[in-house]
Design a protein around this ligand. Sequence first.
Ligand code: KG4
Ligand code: ZN
Length: 391
Amino acid sequence: MKLLAIETSCDDTGLAVLEITEPAGKPVFSILASELSSQTIHTNYGGVFPMMAKREHVANLPLLLEKIFADLKNDSRTVEVSSEQEQRITKMLSHEPELATSLIAYVRSHAKPDIDAITVTVGPGLEPALWVGINAAKTLTILWNLPLVPVNHMEGHILSVLFQGDQTTGIQPIADVAFPAIALLVSGGHTELVVVRDWMQYELIGQTRDDAAGEAFDKVARLMGLPYPGGPEISRLAASFSSPSQEEDIKLPRPMLHTDDYDFSFSGLKTAVRYLVQKMPQPLNDQTKSAVAREFQQAVIDVLTAKTMKALQNFGAQTLIVGGGVSGNQELRTQLTAKASNLLDESHILFPKRELSTDNAIMIGIAGYFRYQAGDLPELESLRAIGSLEL
Ligand code: KG4
Ligand code: ZN
């Protein structure tokens, strides 16, 4: 089967077309096309403004739709859009009239693509942003008469690790993931430890009590005058650090490192960085910035690693899954792999391919396929954005 996947939960507009076959009873995913537009408008604000993100998604989606189907085989004909359908869609998209108009125009002027279902992120995320993807998905499923599969964005991050191939080689067979698994999810909005008992069976065992790990990277970057998103900036700076003598002066706390739970807290760490930086001669030189970046990054890695190791041990985990934007951090990958390989075979330590660690539609397509197979096809009208949707 072929799926169109749509992701608009934060500041990335993503579309992907996946083809799924099951040659030996196990799914193999091929990416037929993938488009991602990361909104640069937020760069100078240090974070994402929901209404700004929404406007960008409305502008991006029709453009990406045009691109993604341009090279794929289509049904030779366009479908008729009845005035009844047009009215239904205009009413449904009353908050995004521009989107309704552009999607209806797209469908009228393009052949129907050769796909069997549409899948879309319904939460968690920024509700105004989520609604754009959901409304686009509803519109296209009505006009092309297809099923619509809702997906939890965090499940997408978990399942993103399944795709290890390039565009054509597909994912590793699902039976190779041994359960129970521990999933560490580290993104801009979430920091969670989840026990995955079986496919699609999740139990949240710990989470951040304030800022998410990625959010801490973004806020610390902003403190040092670096652009959004801060994670890649901080990790680049940290990697450029070279003078060990200076490092000795810079010590930051490891919040909740020894607490008897699986929770995290990063807001105090960010405040500690603020006080530290305020005491330093201004403007900070590059050497100092990289020393702060390195110590901050190490503090985050230390707590993430310690709690993850504890969870692996206490739940007798057979597999470690790490997903979300922060899982792209090379130091986290190296250090967590070194520790976890004392308990697990390295082939059971799963990180997403680098380009799938941050938000994308491919992971939503993978999750959408599992949900479609499970028959999770709710009524179209009941589908809505849920900002704080849980796994
Ligand atoms: O998963 P994601 O793309 O979006 C959310 O669902 O939130 O994660 C984005 C977050 C941002 O906070 C960004 O700074 C962080 O992931 N991030 C990183 C790195 N790359 C992205 N954090 C640390 N190191 C990185 N290399
Ligand atoms: Zn995400």
